[in-house]
Ligand binder design. Structure first.
Ligand SMILES: C[S@@+](CC[C@H](N)C(=O)[O-])C[C@H]1O[C@@H](n2cnc3c(N)ncnc32)[C@H](O)[C@@H]1O
Length: 193
C-alpha cells in the first residue's frame, strides 16, 4: 500500500522530522572541508534540513520530494535562511522521473526506509541514474527490524548486496544520530562505478 505523504504533511503527522539535519551528515561535512564543492541531490528531503546543511557548506544542493507541502515549506526555509540560489527543492518522484541532470553527490536519509521494500531495487537503479559516473553516494540507513512501516527496517547486508553491483563501497561507520536513533544508523559512502 502506498503512503499518502502529502496527507501526512497536511495533518502535521511528521514524527520523522527532527527539525534539524541528520547529525551524521553534519559531522561528515564538518570533518571534510577539503571535499570539492559540487552538486548534490537529496531525494525525499522532506522539509529540507539536509538540503540546507549541504548548501550551508558550499555545495549546490537540490532537494526532491513527492509532497507539495514539503517542497513549499523547504523553499520558504531556504529563502528565509538566505541560501538562495545555493539550494532549492523541486517536486518529483525520485524512483520514476528522468533525471533533470546528473549530480556529483546523492545524499540518502530516510527515503530508503520510507518507500515500500519492493521498491528498493528501483531505488538502486535510480541512484545510479541520477549520479554522474564516478559520483558519490552517501547514505545514512536506519537499521531497525520493523516490517510494518514506514519506516521499514533493513540490514547492513541487504543494503550492501543491493548497491554493490553499481557502486564501490568507500567507507562505512556508525554515525552520530538523533537521540532516539543512537546506534541504529549506518553510514555507507559509495562511489558510482
Ligand atoms: C520519512 S520522510 C523523510 C524526510 C526527510 N528525509 C527527513 O528525514 O526529514 C520521507 C520523505 O520522502 C518523500 N518521498 C517518498 N517517496 C518519494 C519518492 N518516490 N520520490 C521523492 N520523494 C519521496 C516523502 O514525501 C517524505 O517527505
Amino acid at each position: 500500500m502506498s503512503t499518502d505523504w502529502e496527507g501526512l504533511y497536511q495533518k502535521g503527522d511528521t514524527g520523522w522530522d527532527k527539525g534539524e539535519a541528520a547529525p551524521g551528515l553534519v559531522d561528515f561535512l564538518a570533518a571534510r572541508p577539503e571535499l570539492p564543492r559540487g552538486t548534490v541531490l537529496i531525494p525525499g528531503c522532506g522539509r529540507g534540513h539536509d538540503v540546507r546543511a549541504w548548501a550551508g557548506c558550499g555545495f549546490d544542493a537540490t532537494g526532491f520530494d513527492l509532497a507539495p507541502s514539503a517542497v513549499r515549506e523547504s523553499n520558504e526555509r531556504i529563502a528565509k535562511e538566505g541560501l538562495t540560489p545555493k539550494a532549492r527543492v523541486l517536486r518529483g518522484n525520485f524512483l520514476d522521473d528522468a533525471p533533470i541532470t546528473q549530480f556529483d553527490w546523492i545524499f540518502e536519509h530516510t527515503l530508503y526506509c520510507a518507500i515500500q521494500p519492493t521498491q528498493r531495487d528501483a531505488y538502486a537503479v535510480a541512484a545510479a541514474r541520477w549520479l554522474k559516473p564516478g559520483g558519490q553516494f552517501l547514505a545514512i540507513h536506519y537499521l531497525i527490524p520493523d516490517t510494518e512501516g514506514p519506516p521499514f527496517g533493513c540490514t547492513r547486508d541487504e543494503v550492501v548486496r543491493r548497491f554493490e553491483t553499481r557502486f564501490e563501497l568507500l567507507g562505512e561507520w556508525t554515525p552520530r544520530s538523533y537521540p532516539n536513533r543512537t546506534n541504529l544508523e549506518l553510514a555507507l559512502w559509495w562511489k558510482r562505478r
